[in-house]
Write a protein that binds this ligand. Structure first.
Ligand SMILES: Nc1ncnc2c1ncn2[C@@H]1O[C@H](COP(=O)(O)OP(=O)(O)O)[C@@H](O)[C@H]1O
Ligand SMILES: [Mg+2]
Length: 596
């Protein structure tokens, strides 16, 4: 990361810290208390060595408190007690700052996580078409902690800096020659930094990418576990995971090597600086320009000064890693959310359900066109069947209605209004979607049905389930509507899951219904139960039903035949059979197949 890039990252962090400015101010005040106490802490030792053990008079302001020759024991007790009180103060205030710091950091991280989660939900579907889910999960779960780690490193540096400035000024006052010697070492702390900085950036980036990939593998394999098991590819996946993990571990080890060797360089500089001051200080004592107690103070300060210097410079190497994580967060936050509402977009009240596509063309980003100049009109309450070979663009066409994607050319209208000109939320309230692979959530049957209307009464839920032919099987479940269905509804059969998703659509009661091959994965009996429910669902609703099995389309008013992104035929079953085109060909094929 260039210094400029880093500066801009820092400036982007400010808004996330700003709400916590009161706590930060309190933290800083306590920090100054600690710095002050640290500054005083070597002095009891000096008094002990010079005035209790030795015979130096007390320095300046303390001289009136105790006259030389009086009881030394009293002084000793006072000095030791003073030193203890000072240490106690530092510990208590440090504990206070840790509490403030941890509360603040947790809050900042949680706020950022929520922001990120919300942002991810608002991303368009095409955002996910081109990204690995595991990597995104890693960003939400791991990378957000970058800001916590960064604060954890940087905030103590504020104490370090305050202590540093105070100590140098006291040292300068005590003995400027020694201070100059001590100062001599300082630039050496920062010399290696420039060299390491560039290498660290590369390593840090690699570590994060590789660790994100590990997460992706776990996610992919676990969500396709059935396939993995059935092809008995566990060993292969394990090897893939291990190999990936080894590269990640290798990168992590290289990074740590560099960080550690940098710390070593810094410790060496500390040791060299201290030795130099010790020698020069002893020389000064021999020349009687310094007392032993003062040298002890200088050495204590030196330890306390080099400590922060060392931690500032090595923190600089660690903050690279933290900032790289933060950058991965901003990378996601920088992707604008799904097509948002145009200024002044109106709210769509309950639609009557007229759906029109006018000269619609569409292509997925970076792909050849999928839809070419598609024009169609569905009247309120009409049921339209869509058929065509796999890949013809059927699913794509219907996904333009709830505006999962925007057409490249042409318009999609609901009740005469361009879908891009109404508020997205109100548009999507008009559409119920039932997909081939029904999605259930971790929760109870009831929660899965009322997903679109959480305040629905229990009677309404039961009624929706009855309409969807789901009530009977739900009643047979151990806890009925409160029965827990696992993630993706693994404890239910495909037909049962599908009827639950139909019940969900009943409860949502939207005027437009889209069914994308709802029964393709079902056996004949399940399909019959489902189609009965579908017949009830589509009543008085504008319906698009995509079907592979043409027998599914018995009840439709009109059939559209899509081929390679174009509507090639349109009409009732009878008319299309008459025409003898693609539809009648598909139909004959299926009847033929059923007979054999
Ligand atoms: N999210 C996507 N990103 C890129 N290409 C896609 C995406 N979804 C579908 N496609 C491509 O668009 C074409 C039409 O797909 P689709 O509408 O799903 O067809 P159908 O539902 O008729 O089988 C196919 O060639 C498919 O590979
Ligand atoms: Mg499809």
């Amino acid at each position: 990361m260039s210094p400029r890039g880093r500066a801009s990252l820092y400036s982007r962090l400010v808004p996330y810290l700003w709400p916590h400015r009161a706590q930060i101010a309190l933290y800083l005040c306590l920090t100054l208390v600690i710095a002050g106490a640290e500054l005083l802490s070597p002095w009891p030792m000096k008094l002990l060595v010079d005035s209790v053990v030795g015979n130096e008079p007390l320095p300046g302001s303390l001289r009136s408190l105790w006259s030389p020759g009086a009881d030394k024991l009293g002084l000793l007790v006072a000095v030791v007690a003073g030193g203890l009180a000072l240490k106690l103060l530092v510990s208590v205030v440090r504990i206070g700052t840790s509490f403030i710091s941890v509360r603040m950091r947790q809050r900042v991280v949680l706020d950022l996580k929520c922001l990120l989660f919300d942002h991810l939900q608002k991303q368009s579907l095409s955002f996910y078409d081109t990204r690995r889910l595991g990597d995104i999960v890693a960003r939400v779960n791991n990378d957000v902690w970058g800001i916590d780690e960064w604060m954890l490193t940087v905030m103590p540096l504020l104490v370090a800096t305050a202590t540093l400035l105070g100590m140098f000024s006291v040292m300068l006052h005590l003995n400027w020659q020694l201070s100059l010697v001590a100062l001599f070492a300082v630039p050496f702390f920062y010399l290696p930094y420039g060299w390491y900085s560039r290498r660290l950036d590369r390593e840090v980036e690699a570590v994060q990418r590789l660790e994100g990939e590990s997460m992706s593998i776990v996610q992919e394999v676990l969500s396709a576990l059935r396939v993995v098991k059935s092809f008995t590819r566990e060993d292969h996946e394990r090897a893939r995971f291990l190999q990936q993990g080894e590269s990640a571990a290798g990168a992590r080890i290289r990074l740590t090597h560099q960080q550690v060797s940098y710390s070593m360089a810094a410790s060496f500089i500390t040791a060299a600086g201290t030795a130099l001051v010790l020698g020069a200080g002893a020389l000064q004592i021999l020349k009687q320009r310094l007392t032993l107690g003062e040298l002890l103070v200088v050495l204590a300060y030196l330890g306390a000064v080099y400590g922060p210097l060392e931690s500032i410079s090595s923190a600089a190497t660690y903050t690279h890693a933290y900032l790289a994580k933060v950058r991965r967060i901003f990378e996601v936050l920088d992707v604008p959310p799904e097509a948002h509402d145009v200024p002044g977009a109106g709210v769509m009240g309950r639609a009557r359900g007229r759906v029109v596509c006018e000269g619609v063309s569409f292509a997925y980003p970076g792909r050849p066109p999928v839809l070419h100049d598609v024009t169609l009109a569905a009247e309120p309450g009409e049921m339209i069947g869509i058929v065509g070979p796999t890949g013809a663009g059927k699913s794509t066409l219907v996904s333009l209605i709830p505006r999962f994607y925007d057409p490249l050319h042409g318009r999609v209208l609901v009740d005469g209004r361009d879908v891009r000109e109404v508020q997205l939320k109100s548009l999507r309230q008009q559409v119920s979607l039932v997909l081939q692979d029904p999605i259930l959530f971790w929760g109870t049957v009831r929660e899965n049905i009322n997903y679109g209307w959480p305040q629905a009464s229990f009677e309404a839920i039961v009624e929706a389930a009855r309409q969807a032919n789901a009530h009977d099987f739900i009643a047979r479940l151990p806890e009925g509507y409160d029965c827990h269905v696992g993630e993706r509804g693994v404890t239910l059969s495909g037909g049962e899951k599908q009827r639950l998703s139909i019940a969900r659509a009943f409860l949502k009661d939207a005027p437009i219904v889209i069914l994308d091959e709802p029964s393709s994965a079902l056996d004949a009996r399940s399909e019959a139960l489902l189609l009965q429910a579908v017949d009830r669902l589509v009543e008085n609703r504008t319906t698009f039903i995509i079907a592979h099995r043409l027998s599914t389309l018995r009840g439709v008013d009109r059939i559209l035949v899509l081929d390679q992104g174009r509507i090639v035929e349109e009409g009732t079953h009878a008319v299309l059979m008459e025409r003898g085109g693609l539809y009648s060909g598909l139909y004959r094929q299926q009847v033929e197949y059923a007979r054999t």
